[in-house]
Design a protein around this ligand. Structure first.
Ligand code: MG
Length: 162
């Protein structure tokens, strides 16, 4: 078996009265992401990337948003469960690259903290985590500050290849 790549994408609506949580870090802001869970679109994209790399469906098949068990759950908790599956399958994370597209707030001051959080969750050195924050230059629902989009690409390797 060889290394595996996976790609994840997510979009969440931004609303008042919700916390803004991205990459497991709460970012002080007047609005946050809607969702059945805590709305952490970056973690959701990472989960889909990991599941894609393993060929094991997507976040919706593992954690249906119709299931009350996942109502308001921390997405980091969902990622921990998927990482358990990654280890069971004999894989480990080699590298991750990701993009958060949000018109506001400015995420730059939080990138280091987010990378540290992801490093511990994904069991990979922070140098092996790419995390970029971009705006959408005013275009579309992201540009109009109604939504946030996240992309994540992950590379998994076999922990103990034969
Ligand atoms: Mg989601």
């Amino acid at each position: 078996m060889s290394d595996r790549i996976g790609l994840g994408y997510d979009i969440h609506r931004m609303e008042k009265g919700r916390p803004l949580i991205l990459g497991g870090v709460e970012i002080p802001f007047t609005r946050g992401l809607m969702g059945h869970s805590d709305g952490d679109a970056l973690i959701h994209a990472l989960i889909d990337g990991l599941l894609g790399a393993m060929g094991e469906g997507d976040i919706g098949t593992w954690f249906p948003d119709t299931d009350p068990a996942y109502k308001d759950i921390r997405s980091t908790e969902l990622l921990k469960r998927i990482m358990q599956r990654v280890r069971e399958r004999g894989f480990s994370v080699i590298h991750v690259d990701s993009i958060v597209i949000a018109e506001e707030p400015k995420l730059y001051p939080f990138i280091k903290h987010m990378k540290e959080e992801l490093s511990s969750l994904l069991d990979v050195h922070p140098d092996n985590i790419g995390l970029k924050a971009k705006t959408n230059e005013g275009f579309g629902p992201v540009g109009q500050k109604q939504a946030v989009i996240c992309w994540a690409q992950v590379l998994l390797g076999e922990k103990n290849p034969a």
